[in-house]
Design a protein around this ligand. Structure first.
Ligand code: ATP
Ligand code: MN
Length: 462
């Protein structure tokens, strides 16, 4: 008999139907000549109740059906007299694929801490929490493509290995084929990367934006969705060393278009999560009380607040709250400032625009005041920055001047300047940190709990 998924059984099955189901045992108990097994197969939050009559030959397999064991059960669907489930399986046969020694299986008791579960990263996805988070992650990833595909954006694949630390977005990991036992040196005693695999020093990418720009300047509207890497030593609850970024880039667009896209995008993602992950969201809301379904519903409808950096600094200066970091025009907003704006001032997402040019990347379009750039950050409650974007500088002379001021070397970026020489046009885009989005939607406090294998300083266990 073909294996059915528990999700399909619970939502599409009917009494009397013969089923075959596979999964991992959550609990087993015996009472009045029956055994009851709660089974999960990862397809849904819910468990399927298996009822094994004492007279059934399947009963002989029960000693091996401990928590964690992988089994197949065959039987007939019955209406369930129990609370909380419509259907259960009256089992006629059980096949045990792999048992689990109850003395050794780490997921015996309920209520493990998230910290403990991080130490068993290969098993934590069997828990309700991580099953919910990873299914929501999938729903959101699919919705990212749906959103852009429906609007005619072309998904482009930008490289993971790059030759330039051009963007200045963060510290880079070096990629090398050199033998560390005998590193070639030049006259100055430095490593001679001209003898390396690509003939120059190469890195893991911190962003696909620069490449997305040339693709936008030919295909119109594009987006990337792929892994990015940052070697910063930031041990925070919102930074990973390897994370996924979504980066749309639009030709013939300005900062207003960019903000509208970002807002529509986040709202769409919230709606999809609510529509397709309601069980998961309800479970996480009840369990952690961080993101509520109501909050997500509001977010998917109410307009985002907007404020300029200059006005935001004025808000922060008159705040009664004591901040750890100084507030002053010209300094970057720290996450405590961002959270004050979202959680206290606006009580919802807010888009901050027009930052001082000194604290933003060289490619952002210089505003007429020549002090600020056409940048925008979307700040989400409890998380802070979730999206960073800008209109790009399309004027060659202004861009070159900005590069000189910022100390960005021109060589290696000639192709980028070419885009301003041949058919330059206004264009804009942003980067959404996918894990920050998943954090925001699921309410998970630590970014390490929304990606299956988190990479962070000194952390690469799984
Ligand atoms: P932050 O100031 O929060 O460190 P950033 O300004 O350095 O972020 P950008 O270079 O603007 O980040 O990257 C675009 C988006 O990628 C950010 O808005 C954020 O959502 C996400 N992001 C950046 N760094 C990380 C990281 N280390 N781990 C996870 N997501 C990140
Ligand atoms: Mn940013």
């Amino acid at each position: 008999m073909e294996r059915l998924m528990i999700k399909n059984i619970l939502y599409g099955g009917s009494p009397g139907q013969k089923v075959s189901v596979c999964g991992w045992v959550r609990t087993k108990r015996e009472s009045k000549g029956f055994a009851f097994i709660a089974l999960n197969d990862g397809s849904t939050q819910e468990l399927l109740q298996l009822v094994v009559p004492g007279a059934s030959p399947a009963f002989r397999e029960l000693p091996q059906c401990n928590t964690g064991a992988a089994i197949r059960a065959e039987g007939v669907l019955k209406e369930s007299p129990g609370k909380g489930q419509k259907l259960e399986v009256e089992v006629s046969g059980i096949e045990v694929f792999g048992g689990a020694d109850p003395a050794a299986y780490p997921l015996q008791k309920k209520g493990h801490t998230l910290e403990f579960l991080r130490e068993i990263g290969h098993l934590r996805s069997r828990t309700n929490t991580f099953g919910a988070v990873f299914r929501l992650r999938n729903i959101l990833a699919a919705a990212v493509h749906e959103f852009f595909q429906d609007r005619g954006f072309v998904w482009v694949h930008t490289p993971i290995i790059t030759a330039g630390d051009c963007e200045g977005a963060g510290e880079l990991f070096t990629v090398t084929g050199l033998d560390f036992g005998k590193l070639p040196r030049n006259n100055g005693g430095n490593v001679d990367f001209s003898q390396d695999f690509f003939g120059k020093r190469t890195f893991l990418t911190v962003s696909g934006q620069l490449e997305a720009e040339f693709l936008a300047m030919s295909l119109g509207n594009v987006y990337t969705f792929g892994p990015t890497f940052r070697a910063e030593n930031s041990n925070t609850s919102r930074h990973l060393s390897e994370f996924w970024m979504v980066e749309p880039e639009m030709a013939f667009a300005d900062l207003k278009d960019d903000m509208s896209l970002a807002e529509d995008f986040l709202k769409f993602l919230c709606r999809r999560a609510l529509e397709r992950g309601e069980h998961e969201l309800s479970f996480l809301e009840a369990q952690y009380k961080r993101t509520s379904l109501d909050e997500l519903r509001t977010l998917s409808e109410a307009p985002f607040s907007r404020i300029t950096y200059t006005a935001a600094v004025a808000e922060l200066e008159k705040a009664k709250e004591k901040f750890d970091f100084p507030v002053e025009w010209g300094l970057d907003l720290q996450s405590e400032h961002e959270r004050y704006l979202t959680d206290t001032v606006f009580r919802g997402p807010v888009i901050v625009t027009d930052y001082p040019k000194e604290i933003k990347a060289f490619y952002m379009k210089l505003n007429p005041d020549e002090k600020t750039v056409a940048a925008m950050d979307v700040l989400a409650p409890k998380i802070g920055e979730i999206i960073g974007g800008s209109q790009r500088e399309e004027r060659l002379d202004v861009l070159e001047a900005r590069m000189r001021q910022a100390g960005v070397p021109g060589e290696g970026l000639q192709w980028y300047l070419d885009l301003r020489r041949f058919g330059s046009a206004p264009h804009a885009g942003f980067g959404l940190g996918f894990e920050r989005l998943v954090q925001y939607i699921t309410g998970m406090a630590n970014i390490r709990d929304v990606i299956p294998c988190p990479r962070a300083p000194q952390t690469i266990g799984f």
